[in-house]
Design a protein around this ligand. Structure first.
Ligand code: FE
Length: 218
């Protein structure tokens, strides 16, 4: 008598045939088993990448075309007008190395003009020694300086720009001295210093010993 072969239960017999067929037809069915961790990781990666792109915005200053800026030039025009260092700082949001700029230790009275358009941005009266290596002021002149959020380099900072030409100046922080408590940290490359004696408007009949007119004392 021939022995009956003992056949292993088929997938159909175990009820798995339908499931295997479903896995083949519907790939997402497998996600539950092996793809879910990958899907979660991929979603997280996409989210993190989006945040990193936002944080590392290579140029949050779109060509220096600050909205509302009265003075607008193309990058090529700015390159003709500014030195390479000024262009890098003012139009590309660069930062000069501390203690290297022209004005970080300047104490002479006068006004600091925008190197891009000549607008009066800061006065020596509001300049203070911050020991940071950059010219620092506790106030800007009127509304000559505007702010916007800068999320570059993984930080959230208050960027300051010339309100007239949109040139990047630096950043402002809340750790400044009285009376404002603000610290406008500015790149020397974005400034042009105008000593008071050469910028003065003398009251009628008054002049300096060297013949230059003398202006009002702050
Ligand atoms: Fe300007």
């Amino acid at each position: 008598m021939q022995a009956r072969k003992c056949r292993r239960p088929t997938e159909s017999a175990k009820g798995g045939g339908a499931r295997s067929e479903l896995d083949r037809v519907l790939p997402f069915n497998n996600v539950k088993k092996v793809g879910l961790p990958i899907a979660i990781a991929a979603t997280a990666a996409v989210f993190l990448l989006a945040r990193l792109v936002s944080w590392s915005d290579p140029d949050p200053r779109p060509g220096g075309e600050y909205g509302g800026a009265a003075v607008k030039k193309t990058d090529e025009e700015w390159r003709c007008f500014l030195t390479p260092e000024q262009f890098e700082v003012m139009r590309k949001g660069g930062t000069e190395r501390p203690f290297t700029g022209a004005y970080w230790s300047t104490k002479e009275p006068g006004e600091y003009l925008c190197a891009g358009c000549g607008a009066v941005l800061f006065k020596s009266d509001a300049k203070f020694e911050s020991h940071t290596g950059w010219p620092s002021f506790w106030a800007a002149c009127g509304d000559s300086v505007v702010e916007r959020v800068d999320r570059s380099h993984g930080m959230v900072r208050r960027e300051i720009l010339c309100g007239k030409c949109g040139g990047h100046l630096g950043h402002v922080f809340d750790d400044g001295p009285k009376p404002t408590g603000q610290r406008y940290c500015v790149n020397s490359a974005a400034l042009k210093f105008l000593p008071r004696a050469k910028n003065a408007v003398a009251p009628v009949g008054q002049s300096d010993d060297d013949g230059s007119v003398d202006g009002p004392k702050n």
